[in-house]
Design a protein around this ligand. Sequence first.
Ligand SMILES: [Zn+2]
Ligand SMILES: [Zn+2]
Length: 231
Amino acid sequence: MGGINVKITMIEALMQTVAPHPCFGCGKIGTTLCDNCKYNIIDEPFSGCILCGNVSPEALCAQHDAPICKAWVVAERRTVLRRVIDAYKFEYVKAAGHTLIELLDAKLPILPADTIIIPIPTAPSHIRQRGYDHLEILARLLGRRREMPVTHLLLRSSAKTQHRLNKVERQQEASGAFHISPHLSIDSNTPILLLDDIVTTGSTITSAARVLADAGFKTVFVAALAYQPLD
Ligand SMILES: [Zn+2]
Ligand SMILES: [Zn+2]
């Protein structure tokens, strides 16, 4: 009995490596996202501010005092982009991670050469659930593409996660959620690219940026895969 199960598991593993993945957009067999569907996402202008959701030509509108120089986001988390993100985060389709970073890379301008990437620290409970740190992998993929180092300058102070919190609770929870690693010393003139996957209220990204600003960092950029308004 056990032997058969082992055999099935092996076949499944083999199938996942040899079977070409259909495109998340149109179903065309080949890659996780065909060129057509990729450009549809990239070309669609993102028209909301990631901190307030208001219509804005930039991903960060002028009305915030958050210490963020500039922000970029691939698109709103819906339709095709949503499918790719969900496949990466919840269905272990790691090829989708490469696709997501390709999309983000296409949205980002040329950044200062000495920019370092700091992923928003993932909650330990999420890493345990998935068996890997999904944002860390994305940060490394982006770092390889852009030749920027990934640094864990930010550490998580609180073990709570934000899934079941409303907007006010999220803001309270987010302030004090991070601190600067005592093990690293980085010149505060170094530009920082904060990386997050999905931005909802912007409270996490704002508090992370504030911790960095309080530590003297002058240039904090934000890059996110998707924006999702809190419903
Ligand atoms: Zn397609
Ligand atoms: Zn705004």
